[in-house]
Every structure is written in C-alpha cells, then in structure tokens.
Write a protein of this length. Sequence first.
Length: 128
Amino acid sequence: MSHLLERLGGFAARRCWVFILGWLIILGGLLGARQVWGGSYVNNYTVPGSNSSNGLNLLNSDYPLVRMILVPAIMTLLGAHAWWMPRWLEPVLPHLHLEGSEAAAAAPAADALAGAAPGSAGSGRRPR
C-alpha cells in the first residue's frame, strides 16, 4: 500500500496541474449536483427551556445593547486602564502581534537582542 501511495504522490508532484484540474472538475460537478438536486438547509431545531436556548435568547436580546453602547462607553471611560492585566497572568497568556502593528515590527528585533530565535517567546515581556 505504501508503494502505491508513494507512486501516486510522485505522479501528483510531477503533474500538479493535472491534479489541480481534476479537483476543480470534481468541485464543479459537486456544485452543479447541489444546484440541480440540492435543497435548503433547515436549522430551526430548538429545545425550549434548555440552558443553550436560554443563553441564545439572552444573547439575542442583550448583545446589541452591550456591543454598541456599553463596551465602547466603558472602554472610553477606562482608557488605557481597560487593558490592565495582573503580572502573574502575563507569562501565561500567549503574546499575539497583529500584522502591520508596531509591536509586530519590533518583536523580531527584541527577540534578537534577547538572544532568542525569531518567533519565540523572547524575553517574556510584552512591548509597551
């Protein structure tokens, strides 16, 4: 079996466009079959009184108010203090850098200065 898979993988690597075209033909056939014979999806199953149903009802009723009014107001009032975090929690959480942000550009330089490989945790401190 492994010999067959090895030969198939080698053929796919040599003739990648044939495999890509094959997958596109299969995808087109599936989309066409769904268009001809497919129906619509129904997702209206509920269990009234269950915890998940009650939670969903609560989110649907309160979430727009919280999202559009309360969170921006609290963030504005707290300012930089809204991002406060206990020091013991800082090393536990992952350090995420958004693409294009100043912190992402400074992260490789800080890691190189700390003697760590790029992309590693580095010095363990978050850029400020």
